[in-house]
Design a protein around this ligand. Structure first.
Ligand SMILES: Cc1cc2nc3c(=O)[nH]c(=O)nc-3n(C[C@H](O)[C@H](O)[C@H](O)COP(=O)(O)OP(=O)(O)OC[C@H]3O[C@@H](n4cnc5c(N)ncnc54)[C@H](O)[C@@H]3O)c2cc1C
Length: 330
């Protein structure tokens, strides 16, 4: 079977859960940014955005028409970073330089990205003053209240200042700014800032395609239990772009991918759609790293902070494991 993979401008895959470690230790990204050509050895890789889907082909921004018998849409979130792996490595060096040359750092956003970045800086650069501003009333609002509180206590123990129910006007930000006014009228002084707010879904490009009727009001692609897009026999969707009611996480996107690979084999062998494997959601699990040794885990009926969740995730952030799954050296 001929396989074609299209990515928007990027020539590499980023293991996103290593992003914050790479910000404090840029060389970490050498293993978490992986050229597509290193693991997609039998596929044709097209480095251009998909801009349209017709019944038989995907059209790309650089004018190609990629014919398909089966299609898998996995465009997740808009990726605003660099186009090439080399540029992305340089971005991590720049961000790390920003932290190193600052005495104080402002982090905007108290979701997993903001929390993990605050923790990485607090552990690796304990002498820096870190302030985290969050619009909501608790950190990590996708996990339960007890876990949120444990996370806050951990950050506070590392002298991170957390301000709730306040926001910073993103339009007013500049690299030279040192004083940040919050919506509550407080002024935070910081030598640099990082914006850690959720990225939009990359589904706006689907509005003019044959899949426009398959989007829900939030722009997510509606899928059946076998992960075929509603209304289509030969088009699947996986990962963050889908309307599957679960926390959007990479390990779940991997599960979707394995299921769709299985279903594609079945369809190609001639199995009827009624025989396809189906996906069911499980109990929400989440592990948030808190620096290099500790972490916070939300498990069924239990939340844990400290070294045990840290042992599971925080040392290598599953980078070696993910690389091995891709057939690469850890
Ligand atoms: C900082 C951070 C930390 C995280 N930590 C964890 C964690 O610890 N554990 C966990 O399980 N999950 C974690 N996640 C979530 C995880 O990264 C996502 O759930 C996962 O990446 C979703 O995969 P995806 O393939 O659906 O989408 P994405 O990873 O968003 O990938 C979509 C890809 O499609 C490309 N694309 C977009 N539009 C187009 C287009 N029109 N044409 C062609 N290509 C396009 C994008 O460039 C991108 O490469 C984290 C996410 C972030 C940002």
């Amino acid at each position: 079977m001929k396989m074609i993979s299209s990515d928007d401008r990027k020539d590499y895959l980023e293991i996103t859960w290593a992003e914050l470690r790479s910000t404090v230790e840029p060389s970490f990204a050498e293993r978490s940014l992986i050229y597509h050509r290193d693991y997609l050895t039998t596929a044709t890789i097209v480095t251009s955005s998909a801009v349209n889907i017709t019944e038989h082909a995907v059209l790309t921004a650089d004018g190609q028409s990629l014919a398909y018998d089966y299609l898998v849409v996995a465009t997740g979130h808009v990726f605003a970073s660099a186009g090439s792996r080399t540029e992305r490595l340089a971005e991590f060096q720049r961000d790390n330089g920003k932290i190193k040359s600052s005495e104080s750092v402002l982090i905007i956003g108290g979701g997993p990205t903001g929390v993990e970045l605050a923790a990485e800086i607090a552990v690796d650069y304990p002498e820096k003053k870190v302030t985290l501003v969050h619009r909501g009333s608790r950190l990590l609002d996708f996990i339960d209240q007890k876990a949120s509180k444990k996370c806050l206590d951990w950050l506070t123990s590392k002298k991170v200042d957390v301000l709730f129910q306040q926001s910073v006007d993103l339009k007013s930000l500049s690299d030279t700014e040192k004083f940040y006014k919050t919506s509550a009228g407080e002024t935070i002084t910081a030598d640099c800032h990082f914006v850690c707010i959720g990225k939009p879904l990359s589904s706006s490009w689907l509005h003019d395609t044959i899949l426009k009727e398959s989007l829900d009001t939030k722009g997510r692609v509606m899928v059946e239990k076998d992960l075929r897009v509603k209304g289509y026999n030969n088009i699947f969707a996986i990962g963050d772009i889908t309307d599957i009611p679960e926390i959007k996480q990479g390990y779940l996107a991997q599960k979707h991918a394995l299921l769709v690979a299985k279903n594609l084999k079945l369809l190609i062998k001639g199995s009827p759609p009624s025989k396809l494997a189906t996906y069911s959601t499980g109990f929400p699990l989440a592990i948030v790293s808190l620096g290099r040794k500790e972490g916070l885990a939300q498990l069924p009926y239990l939340t844990l902070t400290g070294c045990i969740p840290g042992m599971l995730k925080s040392k290598d952030l599953f980078v070696g494991k993910t690389r091995k799954q891709m057939g690469l050296n850890a």
